[in-house]
Design a binder for this molecule. Sequence first.
Ligand SMILES: *Cc1c(COP(=O)(O)O)cnc(C)c1O
Length: 455
Amino acid sequence: MKQKRFFLQEDQIPKQWYNIQADMPVKPAPMLDPQTLKPVTVESLSRIFCEECSRQELNFTDRWIDIPEKVREMYTYYRSTPLVRAYGLEEALGTPAHIYFKNESVSPVGSHKLNSALAQAWYCKQEGITNVTTETGAGQWGTALAYSAKLFGLEAAVYQVKVSYEQKPYRRSMMQVFGAQVTPSPSMSTRAGKDILTKNPFHQGSLGTAISEAVELARETPERCKYTLGSTMSHVSLHQTIIGLEAEKQFEMAGEYPDEVIACFGGGSNFSGVAFPFMRHVFSGEKKTRFFAAEPASCPKITRGILSYDYGDEAGYTPLIPMYTLGHQFQPANIHAGGLRYHGAGAVVTQLAKDGYMEGMDINQIEAFDAAVLFAKSEGIIPAPESSHAIAATIRRAMACKESGEEKVLLFNLTGHGLMDMSAYDQYLRGNLINYSISDEEIKKSEEILAEMPK
Ligand SMILES: *Cc1c(COP(=O)(O)O)cnc(C)c1O
């Protein structure tokens, strides 16, 4: 019988993460401290992030970084995640391509976010930190952090965008099951929140308000409380490389090697995770793999973003990051793939896109849901709306193979399941979804705002 799924034994799970920053042919421009406009240092970063993550962020020399033993132990609760050959989808498409996916939806919280949340919580604990804060929109990152904090005996305070808090009660319940304190943002518990509510008592919240509150809380007691982020930063991408490193070994078992690697793209962490371990063989000249970032047409930073220094958050608290960005004030359309509604790409992926190592692909939300439903019917898994963008991009590539008759090997990352997103599927099935594409005027407006940023 032909093999469907490939697993590693627990002792084959990689012992190190891959730090692409050591290998990049051209290093990214430095991140700048928003106050001094000087390159950030470990010391300045560690005012809000834990020290080890701050060191990893600025590590441009060590190719391999040891995964702490305890983090590896917690990885065994759900890793290795299976590498799956999508025979069902291949048949539905009638493509000669060999389609594989890495199934990160099997993690206890249902997404890849846990790969970094476990590491960040562990390092905080080691550094004598007692509390962690963060913001969450749809709730994937908040859930991963809530569970990780509980495992290592930390208190987690999660600020959730008020409108999501009210519209997605089950994600909030999941965070509360893991013992996190979840506050709808804006709230009266911080100065930033009070200011916003005084001006507008009915403010529905945004990631910007939630970040401002989470950072303010961490800054009050920097010796015992740290802020954490689930995407964009290099240390988050580093932790996610466990995905691609496992996949590399699993492809050996399958006797194949991917010609194309495809991932959905929010801030870039899962893309980095699945792609970077394969990209190192492109740097060395051994392989010619192509890499595709599937972004929503409503928030297309790789294909249409502007190369500029910009803040990672709406409030302007984070370092200035050299990024392909639509501007930190950009408000993308309210598509269902909440995890992809981020305005910019991290510094490393930005440099790699600039240097031609990766390509963007813009996907409309209806194409994403069409792909999701075809995938569900042929593989039995209901994917997260975010992951569905990667599936749609993979289907485009597989259909190109059908046209040309090429038997390419395609790999995509299934970042999460969609079982908490059934109301979005309901709307799709009732024909209530519409497509959003960013207009040229919006891009122009972003360009004008970004013209004010440091060069
Ligand atoms: C957060 C999230 C994403 C997007 O984030 P990246 O940092 O770009 O990976 C994609 N899929 C799921 C399920 C998510 O939770």
